[in-house]
Design a protein around this ligand. Structure first.
Ligand SMILES: Nc1nc2c(ncn2[C@@H]2O[C@H](COP(=O)(O)OP(=O)(O)O)[C@@H](O)[C@H]2O)c(=O)[nH]1
Ligand SMILES: [Mg+2]
Ligand SMILES: [Zn+2]
Length: 308
């Protein structure tokens, strides 16, 4: 039995890093996953046990070790299924852009709910600073800073294409950690990764002028070694981030600034919408919760409702 970590998956084959080097592995049989309906039973970042196949260079994955955490979203094709983007991550970088494509606050908040559910520290990287010319870009940047910095999600401004000094500043943040890089297609994830891991050679593609959406180049998540014990995970561009069914009562726990006030509402099952004696609404009025964040909360709550 050999222990290893899944670096890459291409659907039927998995590249697993072990003490004996990189091994090509496949799955045999079905894996039972604590009630999750997954389109990918084994995810990049998983620790697995494998057995060599007789007389072959290849191996079979026999066990998946319990995951510390994972980033999961609803499958875009099969609505009742979910897809694990990556597992066992120490931190997440959400890369966003202000225009072409513009990342919405709603998208950022959905991603943060998914990382917050495992308390995964998350940074917001605002990329393509070299392209900002318009007043409205800078206004949007200020809004992002104003909302997320105080919540403990550091907002870092960068240009993956040009600004080398900033990219160097990221390196100490990555030491001894597994860092997931997520975001829409075309925001510059692979460009940054190629700079940090020069032999990664991830395909990058220009954003199509016609739709202002990135062409989908990275199909599967892939993990790269980055110095001693540090890993970076490049992920395919996420169009929409469908969160999993979260209980109404649970959702407010994944908004850090709401979490602070939970238990202080008059009713224990308060949804913080229109209930009398709601502490969350009281502090919202007083300006301690950003209205855009509260908006996102309400929208996500109602979406959950409509799935019931
Ligand atoms: N102007 C500018 N273009 C960038 C920057 N970072 C990436 N790009 C370009 O944006 C396009 C998409 O980048 P890519 O890394 O493939 O995005 P990904 O889909 O997030 O992996 C490519 O044409 C890159 O050259 C940046 O900081 N500034
Ligand atoms: Mg890419
Ligand atoms: Zn309340």
């Amino acid at each position: 039995m050999i222990k290893g970590r899944v670096m890459k998956s291409t659907g039927s084959w998995y590249q697993v890093k072990t003490d004996k080097g990189m091994l090509q592995c496949r799955l045999r049989g079905k894996f039972k996953q604590d009630d999750l309906k997954l389109t990918n039973p084994v995810a990049v970042g998983d620790w697995v046990l494998i057995t060599m196949e007789d007389q072959q260079e290849t191996a079979v994955i026999t066990d998946i070790l319990p995951r510390d955490n994972y980033i999961i979203r609803k499958s875009t094709r099969k609505q009742t299924y979910s897809h694990i983007l990556a597992s066992n991550v120490s931190q997440a970088f959400l890369m966003v852009t202000l225009n072409s494509p513009r990342t919405s606050l709603g998208f950022i908040d959905r991603f943060l709910v998914s990382t917050e559910s495992f308390r995964i520290p998350t940074f917001i990287l605002v990329n393509k600073s070299d392209t900002w010319a318009k007043e409205k870009d800078l206004e949007y940047l200020e809004l992002i800073r104003e909302i997320y910095d105080p919540l403990g999600y550091p907002v870092l401004v960068m240009s993956a294409l040009q600004d080398n000094a900033l990219k160097e500043e990221l390196k100490p943040l990555l030491a001894s950690k597994t860092t997931l890089i997520a975001g829409h297609s075309g925001v510059g994830k692979s460009t940054l990764l190629n700079h940090l891991v020069p032999d990664a050679e991830q395909a990058t593609r220009p954003v199509s002028k016609f739709t202002a959406k990135g062409v989908h180049t990275t199909t599967f998540a892939e993990m790269f070694e980055f110095g001693e014990n540090a890993y970076l995970i490049d992920t395919p561009g996420i169009k929409e981030f469908g969160i999993l069914d979260i209980e109404e009562q649970e959702l407010s726990h994944y908004f850090v600034e709401l979490r602070k006030y939970l238990g202080q509402c008059k009713y224990h099952n308060c949804r913080h919408i229109n209930e009398p004696g709601c502490k969350v609404m009281e502090v919202l009025e007083e300006g301690y919760i950003h209205p855009y964040r509260y908006d996102s909360y309400v929208k996500m709550l109602h979406e959950e409702d409509s799935h019931r």
